[in-house]
Design a protein around this ligand. Sequence first.
Ligand SMILES: Cc1cc2nc3c(=O)[nH]c(=O)nc-3n(C[C@H](O)[C@H](O)[C@H](O)COP(=O)(O)OP(=O)(O)OC[C@H]3O[C@@H](n4cnc5c(N)ncnc54)[C@H](O)[C@@H]3O)c2cc1C
Length: 434
Amino acid sequence: MSGFISWGKYSNHKLTPLEFYWENELIEITKQNTPMNVSGLRRSYGDVCYTTMGTNLCTKRFSRFIQFDIKTGVLECGSGVTLSDINRVSVPCGWFIPVSPGTKHVSLGGMIANDVHGKNHHKAGSFGNNISELTLYRSVDGKILCSPTVNRELFTNTIGGLGLTGVIVNATVQLKKIASNTLFVEDIPFQNLTQYEEITAESDTSFEYTVAWINAHSISNTTCHGILSRANYVDTRANHLSKATDVRLRVPVTAPNFFLNSFLMKLFNHSYYLAHKNKTEAIKTIDAFFYPLDKVDDWNKLYGKRGFFQYQCVVPMRSGIAVIKELLLWAKKQGQIPYLSVLKKFGATPAVGIMSFPMPGYTIALDFPNNGKRTLQLLNEFDRIILQANGRLYPAKDARMAPSTFQIMYPQFTSFKQYLDPQLTSDFWRRVSV
Ligand SMILES: Cc1cc2nc3c(=O)[nH]c(=O)nc-3n(C[C@H](O)[C@H](O)[C@H](O)COP(=O)(O)OP(=O)(O)OC[C@H]3O[C@@H](n4cnc5c(N)ncnc54)[C@H](O)[C@@H]3O)c2cc1C
């Protein structure tokens, strides 16, 4: 058994996960009556996926497929099944996960508990919109089936419920029919955020997936260089491309703290933009389009021993772009330009989850190396700006927001408390719920 921390690696804690294989083992563990957290692959950046006080359960070995109907695309499996495994089984049959995060190294349970979003929020909503039922194991009342019609409140509080309402045992997902395993991708450069808004608005109806990368070094009152990628499935079965080999690299050791620095990242961001200065079109595999970061295993080690923070917020549509610009200008003024910046638009589909992060608006994810107090001060200032704009932060990425910030951003937190499983907790929850 090995120690673990979450993806941001900002924490020194080394914890020993307790893996279970059978449901009975889970039930026995819960009888011990100690505080517990249950995690999947701990791809959350902050502290939602562990507790430093109590037992850390992990669903890694709880990964059985229960049934998959190739005709209807209905898939039922254990909560520890990974997206990587789901794709391996479903894509060759012409089905794909309806909503995919930017890595396939996540578990079904983790995707539900954070109600993850993808590049197609404007078309499909978030992951919870595609779950037809789930089974929950609660220390207080045992196994419970939940769906939009059965135990509805427990269902809607479990989706996006941060693993606090019970252990998700199994879930049923409606997969999405795909015409092929490849996508036609257009990369369109923009010079400022107004142009971004125009291109993304124009792409919303005709493209299934949209996402933008931003060169945060280029931000000024009038400029912001970036590239909007938009994609649809190629409309034939292009099986020849499915054989394209998936090149994978690994970062073998944690890099020295100075390895990634602002000079190198400035160079990278400028070169990347220049390489895409003209509109390009390409056919890409599912892996190449959805999971470019998965090509390098353990890329988080590049940030060194102090790790990094990803700050992800969503801001309502009307003020969204202006507020995002304000964040980027402020970061530049403070000499702390994010190493990576990704911008997406959330559509109008309401989330099923009461505590879900997505809401209509613009969402930006900004990666900052952990430079201690300086970084925390910058992010606290960001919180102030986001609060003022009626936006909110994504708990899956958070490691530091104050309880008052969380409780204003998630006022439904008060009603959510009645659905908590008293045995389940996380460092995140203990931090924000006081
Ligand atoms: C490179 C990268 C790209 C990403 N891109 C996106 C993105 O585009 N969109 C997005 O929304 N997120 C994204 N994420 C975040 C990631 O998708 C979520 O944090 C996801 O929840 C991680 O899944 P996991 O299996 O690792 O869960 P963990 O991180 O282990 O756990 C996440 C939460 O789920 C709970 N949980 C896990 N299993 C269970 C269970 N069986 N029962 C009850 N609760 C459970 C945990 O307690 C915790 O609260 C990205 C992360 C990375 C590293």
